[in-house]
Every structure is written in C-alpha cells, then in structure tokens.
Design a protein around this ligand. Structure first.
Ligand code: G3P
Length: 226
C-alpha cells in the first residue's frame, strides 16, 4: 500500500515527505479553502505541492460541464508533470475523463461511492479511483464494506488506462478517518490510502511503543547514574 496525504497544507506535506513514506498528495476545494487558499493563487499552490512531492498530486476541477472540466484539466496538467486531474464521478465527469485520458492526462475520479460508479470510472479511462469510506460511515452505512466491494470488483478485470502504458488503474481509499480504516483498506488490497495528517500521525503511534520507550529511557538513566 502507498500513502498519499489528503491535504493542501504545505507544512504538513513537507513534514510527511521528510518521513520517507509519502507517495503523493490529494487535494480538493474544501482542503484548499481550509488553508485560506485564494483562486488567484490556486495554480501556484499546486505547483508548490508538486515541487515538494515526488509523486502524483491530485488537483480538482470545479467545473460542471465536460468541456469546462477538459479545459480545467488541460490547464491543471500543464502546471507540472506529476499533476493528476481530480474529476467528480458524474456523467460530465466521465465524459471529460474519457477525453483527458485519451490525451494522456491522468485522472483521479473522486466522490466515488459504489461499484458501478467505480467500474464506469475505470472504463472511462481513470488512472485512479477514489472510493470514500468515512462519508459512507457518516450516513450510517458501511464505508469499509463498500471499499471492499470496489476493490474486489475492479480486481476482477483488467483496466488499463490510456494514460500510462501497462499500468493498471489504482484504487485510492479516501475519506479515511482512522488508522483502523488504513489497516482494513490494506487488508483488502486497496493500492493507496490518502490520509489526513492527523491520521498519519496516529498511524505511527501506539501506547505500547510509548510505554516501552518510557521504560527504556528510565532504565538508561539508571545506567548513566550507575
Ligand atoms: O480526498 C478527499 C477525501 O479524502 C475527503 O475526505 O474526510 O472530507 O470525507 P473527508
């Protein structure tokens, strides 16, 4: 499993990149708004992220028609070679993905919740598909169960996007809210988990690690004073 950071916060991205396990970044309009992002600076901000991360950086189109999404996608893809255009799973998004993929522009189809949506995204030529886990849980549904279904269904077939020769479509477990979500997504075989920085920190921590470290430190003090 690869880890992407689900954030537009440059400090978080720099810190996570320094840990050595960061394979990419996903952003969305809400995450950009959360860091006080301005429309006029959006492309520059994506460029700054692309300069930090040696891996795919998803930047989302907020257009609603296929022609506008394609126009957005071309502009976003021109920012840096590692930009992936994030496109919502809807009819106009599928049509735009079909066009962008044919031009060799990688697309991450987002706001994906069901197996039929995921298969349509893969057929349209998406390089990545992002089933959302937490938002399903938010409406008292089984987010992990839906992710498991998507992973199983996509792995039943040979979906090779037009954008990257020989590479299969990859599933990004998104809307991840806990380290347990990551555990379960890894056991299912999701290719990638995109996680908020808070979840990434929780993935590192365990109370037994803290307790063991504390005991080692106390014993080392005894050694120094012996
Ligand atoms: O990449 C977008 C997705 O991960 C959103 O997560 O927590 O806003 O549902 P969340």
């Amino acid at each position: 499993m690869k880890f992407f950071l689900d954030t537009a916060d440059l400090n978080e991205i720099e810190e996570a990149a320094s840990w050595g396990a960061l394979a990419g970044v996903t952003t969305n309009p809400s995450l950009y708004a959360r860091v006080g992002g301005k429309l006029s600076d959006f492309h520059n901000h994506i460029k700054r992220i692309c300069d930090i991360v040696d891996g795919p950086v998803s930047a989302e189109s907020v257009a609603m028609s296929r022609d506008e999404i394609v126009r957005d996608g071309r502009e976003l893809a021109a920012i840096a070679p590692n930009v992936v255009v994030k496109v919502p799973t809807m009819v106009e998004g599928l049509a735009a993905t079909h066009t962008l993929a044919a031009e060799g522009i990688p697309v991450n189809m987002t706001l994906c919740f069901t197996v039929p949506q995921a298969i349509l995204a893969a057929r349209a030529g998406a390089r990545y598909i992002s089933p959302f886990v937490g938002r399903f849980d938010d409406i008292s549904e089984d987010g992990l169960g839906q992710l498991e279904n998507v992973v199983a269904a996509i792995n039943n077939y040979d979906f090779t996007p037009n954008t990257v020769n020989g590479e299969q479509v990859e599933i990004i477990a998104a809307s991840i809210r806990s380290a347990n979500h990551v555990t379960q997504a890894a056991l299912m075989g999701a290719d990638i988990a995109t996680v908020p920085f808070g979840v990434l920190k929780k993935m590192v921590a365990h109370p037994l690690t803290d307790r063991g470290l504390d005991a080692f430190m106390k014993d080392w003090e005894k050694v120094q004073n012996a």
